[in-house]
Design a protein around this ligand. Structure first.
Ligand SMILES: [Zn+2]
Length: 263
């Protein structure tokens, strides 16, 4: 095989970075064609590195990648989108970092992840444009959570009772996090570990799960309802990650924000 054949180009979103050796860094990236990859950027921690500026977290970059022994090697990197408005706003940085960590936790290496790639880039662009004019949109992260869960096959069932299958009526239903959805008032008493779920919270969860961002963006949600939705999603993510994914560091971070009063 010639050198030319061993070098390939790919787009990449930088999800995570860790330092190795004296001056190198291993990057976990999401690509549109090859799913999640771990690549090494050699010498990138030296001040003279030309690649460093193009390999920051949540940068969309164009890479040239050569075959390596342990990790494939990034030989060239160019920024495609830096999301510069996000980088100027702490709340937006936290939101972008959260999205990258969640993708990293749910995306399996080698999966076909084109749909996740599209969602990630879309959400970062929304965040960047909104931050250019003000603050991050409050509905964005819950919308992102629910759409990522759907794309990875972990979507909670919010429309039909998990036990009897009937359409859920607009009344107080019951959330069964460990079963992945909601139970109707008739079926809930037979189960343990359920909690009441009010109509407004269920309505908003359904709306966020089933609608494109263009429909969700203009909707102004009352803060208490949004907080309840965030709490449900946070705990559902913790349960799903513990059961299926085991991303320990991200779990700790989620748990720390799930019950701020316990901290
Ligand atoms: Zn039922």
């Amino acid at each position: 095989m010639s050198n030319r054949e061993r070098v390939r180009s790919t787009r990449a979103l930088i999800l995570r970075r860790r330092d190795v050796n004296d001056a190198d860094r291993v990057l976990t990236v999401l690509t549109p064609g090859d799913g999640k990859l771990e690549l090494i950027a050699k010498g990138v921690r030296k001040t003279a590195s030309r690649k460093a500026g193009h390999l920051e977290l949540f940068t969309h970059a164009a890479l040239l990648v050569a075959q390596g022994r342990t990790w494939d090697i990034i030989t060239e990197a160019q920024t495609v989108e830096s999301f510069r408005h996000v980088r100027e706003n702490l709340e937006a940085i936290a939101a972008a970092s959260y999205m990258c960590e969640l993708i990293d936790a749910f995306a399996e290496t080698g999966d076909e992840l084109r749909t996740i790639w599209d969602l990630a880039l879309f959400a970062l662009r929304v965040l960047d444009e909104a931050t250019a004019q003000g603050d991050p949109p409050p509905n964005l992260l819950p919308w992102f959570d629910l759409h990522l869960l759907s794309l990875t096959g972990f979507q909670p069932q919010l429309f039909h009772c998990l036990a009897c299958g009937k359409s859920l009526a607009p009344t107080v239903n019951f959330l069964a996090l460990h079963e992945g959805g909601v139970l109707c008032p008739q079926c809930a008493p037979q189960r343990t570990d359920v909690e009441p779920l009010d109509v407004d919270t269920l309505k908003l969860l359904r709306f966020l799960q089933s609608q494109p961002w263009s429909a969700v963006a203009p909707v102004v949600v009352r803060k208490p309802i949004l907080r309840r939705v965030e709490s449900v999603l946070n705990r559902y993510l913790i349960f799903t990650l513990e059961r299926h994914v085991r991303s320990a560091s991200f779990l700790r971070r989620l748990a720390a924000t799930a019950n701020p009063s316990d901290a």
